[in-house]
Write a protein that binds this ligand. Sequence first.
Ligand SMILES: [Zn+2]
Length: 435
Amino acid sequence: MPGPTRPLIPDAHRRTVLRAAVTTLLLSVIPKGFAATDSRVVAVRVWPAQAYTRITIESTAPLSFNQFSLKNPERLVVDLDGIDLNGELQTLAGKVNADDPYIQQLRAARNKPGTVRLVLDLKTDVKPQVFTLAPVGEYQHRLVIDLYPAVQNDPLLAFLDDQTTPPTPAAKQPEPAKPAEPQTKTTNVDRKDLKIDRLITVVLDPGHGGEDPGAIGPQGNHEKTVVLSIARKVKALLENEPNMRVVMTRDDDFFVPLGVRVKKARAVQADLFMSIHADAFIKPDANGSSVFVLSDRGATSTAAKWLAQTQNDADLIGGVKIANVKDVHLAKTLMDLTQTATLNDSMKFGNAMLSQLKQINRLHKNHVEQAGFAVLKAPDIPSILIETAFISNPAEEQKLIDEGYQQKMAQSIVSGIKAYFAKNPPLSRTKLAQG
Ligand SMILES: [Zn+2]
């Protein structure tokens, strides 16, 4: 992820400028009042994944659409208005893989003048979401068709179900008291036992995905691909640890909004959140690993928003149901305390990570940096963002795509996590949160 103070790769910018010029040229030769096909499809893409399959139709002007579902067999029909069935749109059917989890096949045909009908024959009952996106970066207007399973098969939910069954070595442990129950039941429980019994949940967040490639190296390697590969290696290593569980915000090549990444971490009550990226800069010699935590300013501005949200969904912040706190001033104070403690922990986590990373790579900066990354904004989960290396640097790009180096990076990340927990056992954080 190019940081907020770091410009995007200039290539992308140049393309956008060029495209704008071409668009202007095209618009000037289209006669006025010519409305039957005021948009033209320029690209179509299909992103199949277990979590959801996304179809993207990119066009020169926004598309209007109508959608409806048909049963027996399951079909989704999307009518695209103001458009013609051109060669690009015709390639869409061929882009659906036989192993797509949701789509059996797709047909595109001219329905009536200026309307193209897409018929998706489905393998299973789906919850479709069809929406448009305004131009961003090098993309023009996009119409997106997301197919979610009607019955959730999100690995995250599977994980949550799993969490509700007691862990195997816990048979001799007393049932932990629910927060609302009187605490007397737990007073005779030895803390050491609790510590052993407590599973640590680490959330790994491979940056970008799907439509969003992240930074692109001089050889054309995508950030989204290398960070997913590194995250998978970290997961495999952490799962060897008896007391750790790992959840990935994405385990495939699909797009996950930043807010959803944070929500997933909170849904599993993560003890740590780690976003994994590869850096980019205009100058190809920029190099080294970096670690970021949320900036104080980012944290402060989030507090108010978060507070407003938690007032509604009765979220548990710092062991106190903020929604039940009538005094807004008190609620804000509790919120600030929680966030300060979390940022403190994030900083410790970041430092532990840096001292491991410097053993395998040069550090871009010798200290933990701070920035307003949205993905770091969970107020009660220590969170860091790692820029593993610069994918824009030819030598580091070469390292990043190397399986051996990825494994070394993964081992280093795991050592950082273990070093952090060795000094900051999860129980202390729980105690703080309940204090
Ligand atoms: Zn990134």
